[in-house]
Design a binder for this molecule. Structure first.
Ligand code: ZN
Length: 192
């Protein structure tokens, strides 16, 4: 079974068991390690009135580097990126008729915001930097959609927000079935 099929399988099982957690697919990615710069992934699950979206992206696409900040400009880039990732409205345009409200947002950043770095252990941090080759940002978003039947498309604004993103592999699953599609800046609407 391919990794992608396994991912869909786990998502399907999650739906069947009433849980829309998408962590299984995420963990596979972490185990796999390497990613391709410019490529990101979205996992989307619709169940009942719940829409879950998981965004997984190389830090390169988001901030333009994959190491802890070494200057003020990089600290600022990380801070701005995390701020943007915490605003699903900047990343996804949902049809207003679907009446979707954001109910939870979780953003995981491997890179620290300005001021969070542990200066007492700067030597250890330097060692870590040499060992790390790739790092990812993760965003997990849950919405409650009062009119789920009106959720017929999602415009992915990530391309505008993070122009380093060239292609997003999307896997979606709903009661209507599953689909796997690649979106680009010119074709950024996911039809559901
Ligand atoms: Zn990388």
């Amino acid at each position: 079974m391919s990794r992608i099929k396994q991912g869909i399988f786990f998502i399907s099982i999650s739906l069947l068991t009433g849980s829309t957690q998408l962590y299984a697919a995420e963990h596979e990615h972490e185990e796999h390690g390497a990613h391709v710069h410019g490529e990101a992934q979205l996992l989307i699950a619709l169940e009942g009135s719940t829409l879950e979206i998981e965004f997984l992206s190389p830090a390169m696409n988001i901030v333009g580097f994959e190491h802890q900040s070494t200057n003020e400009a990089q600290s600022h880039a990380i801070e701005s990126a995390i701020e943007a990732l915490k605003q699903p409205g900047l990343l996804f345009s949902l049809p207003p008729a679907a009446k979707c409200d954001s109910v939870s947002i979780e953003v995981e950043s491997p890179l620290k915001e300005h001021g969070e770095q542990d200066h007492e252990h700067s030597n250890e941090a330097s060692l870590d930097l040499e060992e790390v080759t790739h790092v990812d940002f993760t965003g997990h978003y849950s919405f409650h959609c009062a009119e789920m039947s009106k959720l017929d498309s999602i415009v992915i604004e990530i391309f505008n927000q993070f122009p380093g993103t060239e292609v997003i592999g999307v896997q979606s699953v709903s009661n209507q079935g599953q689909q796997k599609i690649e979106l680009t800046p010119d074709h950024s609407t996911l039809e559901l």
